[in-house]
Design a binder for this molecule. Structure first.
Ligand code: ZN
Length: 127
């Protein structure tokens, strides 16, 4: 069954942006070379460190307040240490959860918009 997918929604679901069915990843972050459902080539796009950048900043903005609130709270020291360990665990789990999502979205957006490496050459003119 073929139905049109937006690159962002299918990326969040970690599915192919063209058919919305085939899985993007064969491992945690290891991409399939082509969509197992429709065969779309996935080697044309390279998200590099883009997903890590966006996830890192998003989680930082979300979790940074706790790095100030926990030490300044009136809790006993033992609870503060436990809370800081909890913040560390939460940061780690959030990043691990969001990384494949961000990579799926960025990859689908690159493929959808036919992103290319930047160059100084003029784009080919239409006849
Ligand atoms: Zn597909």
């Amino acid at each position: 069954m073929e139905h049109k997918q937006t690159p962002i929604l299918s990326g969040i679901r970690q599915r192919c942006g063209a058919c919305g069915e085939g899985k993007l990843f064969k491992g945690y972050l290891k991409l399939n070379d082509a969509c197992p459902h429709c065969g779309r080539d996935m080697t044309a796009a390279d998200t590099a460190d883009g997903p890590a950048f966006f996830v890192g900043f998003g989680v930082l903005i979300l979790m940074a307040p706790f790095l100030f609130l926990v030490p300044m709270s009136p809790l006993p020291v033992g609870l503060k240490i436990l809370a800081m360990i909890g913040v560390g665990v939460a940061v780690t789990l959030l990043c691990l959860w969001l990384l494949p999502v961000a990579k799926g979205v960025l990859l689908n957006l690159q493929l959808h918009h036919k992103a290319q490496e930047a160059s100084f050459d003029k784009p080919p003119r239409n006849p």
